[in-house]
Design a protein around this ligand. Structure first.
Ligand SMILES: [Zn+2]
Length: 309
């Protein structure tokens, strides 16, 4: 079990950076997996901006810990990652266009330590596995998009093209919205932060918290939007349950900051899907569902595990 912790002084075990389109989050983990230091900074766009931001976060971690950080650094990034070559592909969210970016080597040069690059959702799945203590774990990230990281028999399953767990692009509604991937009615067009922002626009602040509060207060439109969103998340959980049949399914990502009300509604939708299907109901998917602890830096902690494993 990894638990947040304030105390310093335990041996440093691992360093991880989670580079997102908006924020870059860095953590230093102690030997026992607790968090020795964490830093969050805004990510600057483009290849040079990303490397500059990573360096700034790394330096801040080093200051916080008060000792040189010489261990390999694990780095999680959105997009397709060629782990063997340390290349990042399709990094549109980071403002990196064009050819493959040799991000691993660029970061290693700048930070002065070896770097291991991994897809951010895959990295988070390793932390979800550590949190759950199970060997078969699916981590479902409901962030700007929708994607899953798969840990099977204790090992990350990336797939032949790094596309394992890209469940956001599973079409579920032929009459649904067009997806950025070119298909129609993908899960991501229903169950993602981007979909929520369209269905429940808010002038400022994240729409998810606003939506769940309005629905809890009895707003009929909010209830309809919330229920379709949670039906989408439940459909993703069902698809993962039927393909992987994992011990645990852990919800994370930006939208999961809503906390317990999200889990409760997804469980309700899962039970509704199981009505009329003794087979589906017998799988007990709702009982295997849990959430990343609120505010826990799961992707950065997972990136640290990537480098230490
Ligand atoms: Zn799609």
């Amino acid at each position: 079990m990894i638990a947040p912790r304030d105390a310093r002084g335990a041996g440093t075990r691992a360093v991880g950076l989670d580079i997102g389109g908006t924020k870059t989050h860095g953590v230093v983990l102690a030997e026992d997996g607790s968090i020795l230091a964490q830093v969050r900074e805004s990510t600057r766009s483009g290849a040079e901006g990303v490397v500059d931001t990573a360096e700034r976060v790394f330096e801040a971690l080093r200051r916080d810990v008060g000792e040189p950080l010489t261990l390999p650094v694990g780095v999680g990034v959105p997009g397709l990652v060629d782990v063997g070559r340390g290349m990042l592909r399709h990094a549109v969210n980071l403002g990196v266009n064009g050819d493959d970016l040799p991000l691993r080597d660029l970061l290693a040069d700048r930070l002065g330590v070896p770097v291991v690059l991994e897809n951010d959702v895959n990295a988070a799945a390793l932390a979800a596995r550590a949190l759950s203590g199970a060997d078969d774990v699916v981590y479902l990230s409901v962030g700007t998009g929708l994607a899953a990281g798969l840990v099977i028999d204790g090992r990350l399953r990336r797939g032949e093209h790094g596309a394992a767990g890209e469940i956001g692009h599973l079409p579920v509604d032929p009459a649904g919205a067009e997806c950025g991937c070119g298909q129609t009615g993908c899960l991501e067009t229903i169950a993602s932060g981007r979909a929520l922002a369209r269905a429940w626009p808010t002038p400022d602040g994240p729409p998810a918290a606003d939506l769940f509060a309005a629905a809890a207060a009895g707003d009929v439109k909010a209830i309809a939007v919330r229920d379709r969103f949670c039906w989408g998340v439940a459909s993703a959980v069902r698809a993962l349950g039927l393909t992987i049949d994992p011990e645990r399914i852990v919800l994370g990502g930006g939208v999961s900051e809503v906390g317990e009300p999200l889990r409760v509604e997804v469980v309700r939708q899962l039970r509704a899907l199981g009505e009329g299907s003794p087979f589906l109901a017998s799988l007990g998917l709702a009982d295997r569902l849990s959430m990343v602890p609120l505010h826990y830096p799961v992707a950065a902690a997972g990136a640290a595990l990537v480098a230490s494993g």
